[in-house]
Design a protein around this ligand. Structure first.
Ligand code: HEC
Length: 115
């Protein structure tokens, strides 16, 4: 009993750093066409309003999450944060498909972005 528990614990501890290093990449590289496509941007905007605004939006409780600075981000970075999460930033991998997470990225990086 005890050794099985110890083995499981050890396995988890060993597996964790390897898992944490595995940063998610989009299934296909982002293209200008994808990022500027109105359909993608609109779909991303809806998801933003449903899931992101209450933490990152202008009316969010101060200090809940950082104000986003899209001019500083590459699409791969936004995709990775949305997919993997980071510290108190939740992961959306189980919530949204790869395409949807790419669309959220397109919205955040678009001129329409309005937190
Ligand atoms: C529960 C609150 C919460 C929700 C909901 C949330 N985030 Fe975050 N997000 C955070 C926090 C906290 C951080 C800062 C993590 C850190 O760096 O420690 C963050 C960081 C980020 C970053 C990186 C910012 C930077 O400059 O480093 C991006 C991009 C981001 N979030 C996008 C989103 C998107 C898009 C959504 C919706 C799918 C979303 N977040 C939903 C809390 C949230």
């Amino acid at each position: 009993m005890k050794s099985a528990f110890t083995a499981a614990l050890l396995a988890a501890v060993i597996a964790l750093p390897a898992y944490a290093q595995e940063a998610s990449k989009p299934p296909e590289p982002f293209t200008e066409d994808f990022l500027s496509d109105a359909e993608n941007i609109n779909a991303g905007q809806e998801m933003w309003a449903e899931q992101c605004r209450h933490c990152h939006g202008r009316t969010a409780y101060p200090g809940k999450a950082p104000k986003l600075k899209p001019y500083k981000y590459k699409p791969e970075f936004v995709y990775r944060r949305v997919t993997d999460g980071f510290r108190k930033m939740p992961s959306w991998e189980e919530v949204y498909t790869d395409l949807e997470r790419m669309q959220i990225t397109a919205y955040v990086l678009s001129d329409d972005f309005s937190p």
